[in-house]
Structure formats: structure tokens, C-alpha cells
Design a protein around this ligand. Structure first.
Ligand code: SAM
Length: 293
């Protein structure tokens, strides 16, 4: 760890220090490090995708414990580094959540954000969907340990949300989930359908620029390369595995994201930084008059 600059050491090679200023970085490094064994599991599968008659992608089933490890990343990121920024960027949100609104999280995994918000805002209702039945089962178990009865889980494809949900939600979120979609354009259209007219969509996604050269300058070599590796070993192959999968990848970036949000009919898309070094908040809303959607 000393040689890798994870911790500092002096000339003696026997005295070590972890500075308090490294706390955030180190807290994030731990769950990120768990992705090394996770992604190594599929090395052969990824290699076969590059063969002329190989598959297009890799199924989620091949990544043992993906949802648990992903949740480790979200726990370190959401409450300390993202949520305070959402409240600043949407100044009326905290008050609305306190009075009671109905929210949906798309591609929820173990649903750390919905469970976290459900605890803080008992008057609001939180719906959370994921197409992985196992992640939904684990999320339910975690919610029941906390006796939460205002969070509702559904094993559901984001590209085909419940037909009854048209104009239902006051706020829709998607945390680190849109770039993984096989059919992100369909998913965004579905999100527009289920939002109430004028209601907001908060997409929390990786802070790319849609230009690898700019990514290196903005995020630094190590950070940007790390996210391109995650993209190659997970985000692109899980999307390309499905027929017609777009394979946007982790580093799809702000330019492509803004284009897709606008194409889906979401208005006034703005990209905000969060306190997380590599997560952005893309905020947009459904038109108030929805006759064309
Ligand atoms: C990178 S994980 C993020 C999970 C969670 N939002 C978090 O931050 O911990 C992406 C999630 O999207 C889910 N997902 C991908 N495609 C989906 C689809 N078409 N419908 C529903 N969920 C989907 C995956 O199962 C996975 O749980």
C-alpha cells in the first residue's frame, strides 16, 4: 500500500500514515477494489466477444455478487456525496419529500437511495424497480430489516414499466443505471410516460464528456482509464448481450446523455456536478403539456 501511494511512508520504510484528507478517496477505493475480482470473473467471456463468431455481450448471471458489490459503491456515494447536492440543485425537493410525494427509482439494484430516502421521509412513497429478481429480493430483505413500509419493490423491465403508471410519479431517479440499458431510448420514453406533467427526472450517472481525450483531462488518467475498464468489462457487454443492445458504456458522457434526454422529450436538461468526483446529476423535466408524448 505504501508503494502504491494508498498510504504514505517515510524513508525508514517502517513508518506509515493515512492522512485524514484521504478519507473520501479511500472510502471509495474499497468498494471500487472489489470490482477487480468481480470483473476478472468474465475475462474469458469478454475475450470471446472479440472472436469473429463470438457472442455480442455477457449476461448479468456471469457476474457473481454484482448487486452486492455495486451496492457497496452506492452506499459510499449516495448519502454523503450526492444527496446533499440534489437538495441544493432542487431547492424545493426536501420540503416536497417531507410533505409526501411519490417517487420511482429505475434500475434500483439493492435500492440504497430509495431505502435511505424512505427512512428520512416517511410521508413519501418510494417505488423501486429492477429487472433482476435477485436484487429485488435482497432489497426487500434490507427494507424489511429497517421496518420500512413506504418503499415498494418490483421486478420489472425499465423498458416496459407498469401500464397503470402513466403520469403517476412526482420524481423519477436512475442511479448509475441508464448507461447500462440495452434500450436506453425506450427506457427514457417510459420514464417520460410515468412522470407527472412537469415532474422532474434526476439521472445520476458517470461524469464523462463523450470524448476520451477530454475525459483524461477532466477526470485524470487513472480515474478515466478505470471507468473505461469498468465499461469494457461490465457496462458495455451487459447491454450488448441483448438483441439490439446499444452498449452505451460507462463513459457515454454528457454530450450523448443530453442528446438522449432531449430525444425522449425531456426538457431543460442541465448537468450538475456532485461532491462525488465521477458522478454527475443530469436534471430534466417532463413538459407540462404532454399532448405530443
Ligand atoms: C450499475 S447497476 C446500479 C444499481 C443501483 N441503481 C445502484 O446505484 O446501486 C444498474 C442496474 O440496472 C439494472 N438494469 C439494467 N437494465 C435494466 C432494465 N432493462 N430494467 C430494469 N433494470 C435494469 C441492473 O439489474 C442493475 O441493478
Amino acid at each position: 500500500m505504501g508503494c502504491a501511494d494508498v498510504i504514505e511512508m517515510d524513508e525508514s520504510g517502517a513508518r506509515f500514515r493515512i492522512g485524514a484528507e484521504r478519507a473520501v478517496e479511500l472510502r471509495m477505493a474499497v468498494p471500487f477494489a472489489t470490482f477487480v475480482p468481480l470483473l476478472s470473473q468474465v475475462f474469458g467471456d469478454i475475450e470471446s466477444c472479440f472472436q469473429p463468431s463470438g457472442p455480442n455481450g455477457v449476461s448479468y448471471d456471469k457476474y457473481t455478487d454484482f448487486h452486492k458489490l455495486m451496492n457497496g459503491l452506492t452506499v459510499t456515494a449516495f448519502e454523503p456525496m450526492v444527496l446533499p447536492c440534489l437538495f441544493t440543485q432542487m431547492p424545493d425537493l426536501e420540503e416536497k419529500l417531507s410533505s409526501g410525494i411519490i417517487c420511482l427509482d429505475v434500475g434500483c439494484g439493492l435500492a440504497e437511495p430509495s431505502r435511505n430516502l424512505a427512512k428520512k421521509f416517511p410521508n413519501s412513497q418510494f417505488y423501486a424497480i429492477d429487472f433482476s429478481a435477485s436484487s429485488i429480493a435482497q432489497a426487500k430483505e434490507l427494507a424489511s430489516k429497517d421496518n420500512l413500509n413506504n418503499v415498494h419493490f418490483f421486478a420489472m423491465d425499465a423498458a416496459q414499466l407498469d401500464k397503470e403508471w402513466t403520469n403517476k410519479f412526482d420524481w423519477v431517479t436512475a442511479v448509475d443505471a441508464i448507461h447500462d440499458q440495452a434500450h436506453p431510448r425506450k427506457v427514457l420514453k417510459e420514464i417520460v410516460r410515468v412522470l407527472k406533467p412537469g415532474a422532474r427526472f434526476s439521472m445520476i450517472d458517470v461524469k464523462g464528456t463523450s470524448n476520451a481525450y477530454e475525459d483524461k483531462k477532466t477526470l485524470g488518467g487513472g480515474n478515466s482509464a478505470g471507468h473505461y475498464i469498468a465499461s469494457l468489462f461490465h457496462c458495455m457487454p451487459v447491454s450488448l448481450y441483448f438483441d439490439g443492445g446499444e452498449g452505451l458504456g460507462t463513459m457515454w458522457g454528457a454530450a450523448v446523455a443530453s442528446e438522449l434526454l432531449a430525444e425522449a422529450g425531456l426538457l431543460d436538461a442541465k448537468t450538475f456536478d456532485t461532491d462525488h468526483p465521477v458522478m454527475s446529476h443530469y436534471l430534466s423535466h417532463k413538459p407540462v403539456h404532454t399532448s405530443n408524448i
